[in-house]
Ligand binder design. Structure first.
Ligand SMILES: Cc1cc2nc3c(=O)[nH]c(=O)nc-3n(C[C@H](O)[C@H](O)[C@H](O)COP(=O)(O)OP(=O)(O)OC[C@H]3O[C@@H](n4cnc5c(N)ncnc54)[C@H](O)[C@@H]3O)c2cc1C
Length: 407
């Protein structure tokens, strides 16, 4: 048994866990960051500039900046959505996550590579947590792991992703997290690719590639992520990516990695056990519906988890743990609700997808979409534009908007 008793053990060193560990260490708590390591998180890596501002992340961490999105409809009609002010940042999850973990360690968190196994109460009112020490080697895929170790802590943050073992052991309902399964292939960027294509994200709405989500081509400088997602079990998601690569002429390009993972669809009803454990990030289900954007929300929920635990460390009132979910939803619940309704309606048939892409040609839609995405605020001041969009939306819903982008 490790003789140290930590204030907090954070399980999982992705964006949520590394942020929580960093904030807690900066606040003076004794923190252990336990991360399995050895596997790069499958991810498109698109992040808004607000993430850089909120979490003090320098632009040098970005692999690329994207200045436009191209929406592609089921009939292959395209609508360009240039970003007038700002950019979408692209991160490489191997280096981005490691940068965040290193920062947490520099702030004073203890880092251990290991796999969380179990947690339970100790006789003297703490939590006893066991983990298997060591990392899986990504290169050999062979486990380089040693024995089981035990640590004691007052509180645990479960930031161990969508299949959270912490959640399954400590929080009722966490085993029923609804999710989309996303799969992508990382491809070497062909030298012949135009600078314009290198600075643009393609977002493809096509029922033949995904029955209920979207597909994407995201440039990352030297590499490109080509992927798709669906909640439909048994859907041929790998075949969709092969088809998409052929369509965009990247079927012959060198493939570096093929990988997939679940993306949560909805925040869990409970994030805490009312005593010692609190979930954050994918483990709590905080990914924006419709876009599948999770990095910013993982870091935000990690920060909120850290703030709430700081308060509990001072007051001893574990009921406060419940406030994490409340505070997160107060800040982002409306956006999640709007995006959830959007996904439910617009991603359901090709006819609707066609209309959705048409709507994206509208200047007001573009402006409000980018302002909301880039700055992570619902744009409230522009009521006239909202009203215009509402009526345009209604026209498209009832089928009187032109399907080819004219109006
Ligand atoms: C294919 C795909 C594409 C995506 N594209 C985007 C995108 O472009 N932009 C965006 O914003 N979001 C995207 N997302 C979503 C985003 O990746 C996640 O929402 C985000 O990574 C969540 O961060 P997290 O820290 O909560 O969890 P994770 O990033 O999953 O991190 C969990 C950490 O916990 C560790 N861990 C797991 N189990 C254990 C254990 N038992 N013991 C110890 N450690 C453990 C893991 O090793 C990992 O380091 C995408 C997701 C997928 C699957």
């Amino acid at each position: 048994m490790n003789s140290v008793t930590y204030d907090v053990v954070v399980v999982g060193g992705g964006p949520a866990g590394a942020t929580a560990a960093n904030d807690l260490a900066q606040a003076g708590a004794s923190v252990l960051l336990l991360d399995r390591a050895g596997r790069v998180k499958p991810c498109g890596g698109a992040v808004p500039p607000q993430l850089l501002r909120d979490f003090d992340v320098p632009e040098t961490v970005l692999e690329a900046k994207v200045g436009s999105a191209r929406m592609v409809s089921p009939t292959q009609r395209t609508v360009e959505m240039p970003i007038k002010k700002g950019f979408v940042g692209m991160v490489d999850r191997a280096s981005f996550d490691e940068w965040l973990r290193c920062r947490a360690a520099e702030s004073g968190a203890t880092r251990i590579e290991g796999t969380f196994e179990t947690l339970g109460p100790s006789k003297d009112g703490y939590i006893e947590l066991t983990y298997r020490e060591g990392a899986k080697s990504t290169l050999s895929r062979r486990a380089n792991m040693t024995g089981i170790k035990t640590i004691r802590t007052r509180y645990v943050i479960g930031a161990d992703g969508a299949n959270s073992k912490v959640g399954k052991q400590a929080i009722g309902g966490a085993d029923k997290l609804a999710s989309v399964f996303a799969y992508h292939e990382i491809i070497k960027t062909p030298t012949a690719m135009t600078p314009r294509a290198r600075a643009r994200c393609d977002v493809i709405y096509d029922g033949s590639l995904s029955p209920d989500f979207y597909s994407w081509v995201f440039p990352h400088g030297d590499t490109i992520s080509v992927g798709t997602g669906t909640a439909e079990q048994g859907y041929g998601i790998r075949g969709s990516v092969t088809e998409l690569r052929t369509r965009i002429g990247l079927d012959e390009a060198e493939t570096i990695r093929k990988e997939g993972a679940p993306i949560p669809l909805k925040p869990l009803k409970r994030w805490d056990d009312g005593k010692h454990v609190l979930l954050a990030g994918d483990a709590a289900g905080v990914v924006a519906p419709a876009s599948g954007e999770g990095i910013f929300y993982a870091m935000t929920s990690g920060r909120i988890a850290a703030q709430v635990i700081e308060e509990v460390l001072q007051t001893g009132n574990a009921k406060t743990l419940r406030l994490a979910r409340k505070r997160f939803l107060r800040a982002h619940g409306k956006v999640f609700m709007v995006l959830g309704a959007m996904q439910y309606f617009w991603y359901s048939t090709d006819k609707r997808r066609e209309r959705f892409v048409t709507m994206c040609a509208d200047e007001d839609v573009q402006r409000l979409t980018w302002e909301s995405y880039l700055n992570k605020r619902l744009v409230r001041h522009d009521y006239f534009a909202h009203i215009k969009i509402f009526f345009k939306d209604m026209a498209h819903l009832v089928g009187i908007g032109a399907a080819d982008g004219r109006r």
